[in-house]
Design a protein around this ligand. Structure first.
Ligand code: AMP
Ligand code: ZN
Length: 116
């Protein structure tokens, strides 16, 4: 999928509305429209990439940055004490529905393991 057709690229370009909780030069974080926990935030790189299977060495910093952003958001929303879960679905069998790399940041309840 190209960036022009991509829902998350449209959110990044502010052509589609979302509740944004963090923005910087290379990433955006916004509330999931169908939350699976009291806190459910999606953290996306501004550079379009379908999923992590398309990653290469040049993406190390951009992808690594998403984890730092998650940590900053967790701190801001007071999630550090009880913890939080990060999920990245890659491809069909993982249940990925939007083809733009995104990290799910979930918190506010206990999660089971293994995942469904
Ligand atoms: P995944 O299934 O891992 O690809 O995750 C895609 C996520 O995007 C799902 O949790 C959806 O609820 C969420 N989502 C879909 N459309 C929107 C939207 N317009 N704004 C915010 N989140 C969305
Ligand atoms: Zn995109």
């Amino acid at each position: 999928m190209s960036g022009a057709e991509c829902l998350f690229c449209k959110i990044i370009e502010k052509k589609v509305t979302a509740i944004i909780v963090h923005e910087d030069e290379s990433s955006l974080a916004f509330r999931d429209i169908n939350p699976q926990a009291p806190t459910h935030i999606l953290i996306v790189p501004k550079k379009h990439m379908d999923d992590l299977r398309g990653m290469n060495n040049a993406d190390r910093e951009g992808i690594g940055h998403l984890f730092l952003v998650a940590q900053q958001i967790a701190e801001k929303l007071n999630l550090l004490k009880n913890g939080y879960r990060m999920v990245i679905n890659n491809g069909r069998d993982a249940g990925q529905t939007v083809s733009h790399v995104h990290v799910h940041l979930l918190a506010g309840r206990r999660f089971s393991w293994p995942p469904g």
